[in-house]
Write a protein that binds this ligand. Structure first.
Ligand SMILES: Cc1cc2nc3c(=O)[nH]c(=O)nc-3n(C[C@H](O)[C@H](O)[C@H](O)COP(=O)(O)OP(=O)(O)OC[C@H]3O[C@@H](n4cnc5c(N)ncnc54)[C@H](O)[C@@H]3O)c2cc1C
Length: 229
């Protein structure tokens, strides 16, 4: 079931903003403390200051805030996500809890072929037959893998070992706490055309929550070419 306020992503995933201490004023006051100044409300000069900081890549004022996301995603997406070192993660444990039997099966229109060279691939649709074969083959592997996992657990094999049978298409859950500067870096890289389609959908969901909480900062980020300061 989709938790309250979550954005649904892929077939069994979501992004939910669990909590946030984040607004545009945190950027403004982080910068204005240099002059022993503080504002209680944003005005147009503050919006201009945010745009200046973004454009000239004064990054540290964008660090005085925090977003805590709750994410459900396939393991191969989590692996890409966890490469983002600036931020904190805690993940569901397959040592302590039973693995989920939810696995990612792409929608037919998301089954694609890659064309071109490494670093410059484009991804084209496949025929409906290949799309269905892909979905059927993945489903068959998932069923076999999960049956093996369950058999091993029933035999008394530790979950930490039985999980070797679980493919990277299985869903995992994690919490991710991150400030706006590192979040913009994530969005810049992972909501881009060059990122894998599946993580892009997650990054777009994170961007939605970011834009909601810090609209001036988000607009400045977009105007600056979506490059993190
Ligand atoms: C399209 C795409 C393809 C990718 N392909 C591969 C791949 O084939 N193989 C692979 O291994 N990875 C791959 N990556 C992962 C990539 O190399 C980064 O690890 C990942 O995007 C995290 O980016 P980051 O280091 O900027 O983020 P974070 O780790 O969150 O760091 C944020 C910023 O902090 C600074 N920083 C953090 N740590 C250091 C440090 N140790 N030294 C100096 N500065 C630091 C940098 O300015 C960095 O941009 C890929 C990423 C993308 C988006």
């Amino acid at each position: 079931m989709l938790p309250d306020g979550a954005i649904e992503v892929l077939d069994h995933g979501f992004v939910r903003l669990d909590d946030a201490m984040a607004d545009d004023l945190s950027v403004v006051n982080g910068a204005r403390v240099s002059f022993a100044r503080r504002k209680e409300e944003m005005d147009e000069s503050d919006a201009g200051l945010v745009r200046f900081l973004m454009r000239d890549r004064h990054g540290t004022p964008f660090e005085h805030n925090s977003f805590r996301f709750h994410v459900r995603a396939p393991i191969f997406i989590a692996r890409e996500w966890f490469r983002h070192r600036v931020g904190s993660f805690n993940e569901f444990s397959m040592r302590y809890a039973r693995a989920t039997d939810d696995f990612y099966v792409p929608e037919p229109e998301d089954v694609r072929t890659q064309v071109g060279k490494p670093g410059a691939y484009s991804f084209d649709p496949v025929t409906p037959e290949i799309a269905e074969t892909t979905r059927d083959e993945l489903t068959a592997v998932y069923e076999t893998a999960y049956a093996t996992y369950e058999r091993l657990v029933e035999l008394g094999v530790a979950r930490e070992l039985a999980r070797c049978a679980i493919p990277v298409g299985a869903y995992t859950e994690f919490y991710w706490t991150v400030n706006a500067r590192a979040l913009m870096n994530f969005i810049s890289l992972r909501a881009a055309e060059t990122a894998q389609r599946e993580i892009r959908r997650y990054a777009e969901a994170c961007e939605h929550f970011f834009a909601e909480r810090m609209p001036v900062t988000h607009a400045a980020f977009v105007d600056a070419g979506r490059v993190a300061p």
